[in-house]
Write a protein that binds this ligand. Sequence first.
Ligand SMILES: *Cc1c(COP(=O)(O)O)cnc(C)c1O
Length: 359
Amino acid sequence: MSRVYNFSAGPAVLPEEVLREAAEEMLDYQGSGMSVMEMSHRSKVYEKIIKTAEADLRELMKIPDNYKVLFLQGGASQQFAMIPMNLMKNKKAAYIVTGQWAKKAFQEGQNYGEAVKVASSEDETFSYIPDCSNLDIPEDADYVYICENNTIYGTKYKTLPNTKGHTLVADVSSCFLSEPVDVSKYGIIYGGVQKNIGPAGVVIVIIREDLITEDTLPGTPTMLKYKTHADAESLYNTPPAYGIYICGKVFQWLKKQGGLDAMKARNEEKAKILYDFLDSSTMFKGTVRKEDRSLMNVPFVTGNKDLDAKFVKEAEAAGFVNLKGHRTVGGMRASIYNAMPKEGVEKLVAFMKKFEEEN
Ligand SMILES: *Cc1c(COP(=O)(O)O)cnc(C)c1O
């Protein structure tokens, strides 16, 4: 067996320890005589798995009691519609467009009411986070929407926007559990887990209880009402049971690592190794305004498409895979999520130095 250093943006690297444990439990989960994949989601054994997962997530993120944790399906993309369907009481919402995912959410919002673009960084290929300290937010906007870490462009909000009292809704897919957050500042925090937590197929929505109501837009399907899932504690229908089990294992792993303060320190240390090199290199350059750099997704270029392609090819042959940048940015992107060991980043930088010398 040989594992590569996987810099994929998602689905992405998971802790090896978690994968080994899952493998050991594949045929017989803790004496149940079956795999978690094969068991009823209504069984006592599974109830313990999902309840423990939720409790561990609450502990890690210090989630206040007036927030529900929902394990849903449909990907982060389904939330682009579910959020307005449940929250757009005044049929108006403000969107800050900082990348493709925020833009998709903004466009989807337009199907349900007036989605107002209050700021954007599209003028410079989303390479920065706009100043959000004094935005022109409509008085009757139901919420302010952000994508907190922009997976494709590699930017991250270092301070949250001034929402002027409006509910903040954040897509944190690619920075979920990468550092501590103050949950009480948000109405909804949500993300697909396949970036930094677990296997594709699970979306976690952390939502303040007062936002969970019967009063959804007309025609909202039962499955797309937060209330349906909140009332049933994420077991209204069959949940993505195996995926939730793996997420639960990752939560346990994070607790063993020392929780989110420890993860933040480690992620900062890892990102610094790569950014310091990019700042000193004459061949490779970061593409993002320094103060807005993400700890998770690091895009970079050589400025020469052929050289970029050569680098990606040689890196892959050397065991550093999925470094090709998103098709809209080009160049390279190294996603260095929680589960990427520091050693992976150090070795990548050593490889980049060698490539620079030789080319
Ligand atoms: C990957 C990603 C999405 C889309 O996730 P799906 O689960 O594929 O719908 C949305 N937002 C962000 C920030 C992402 O990184």
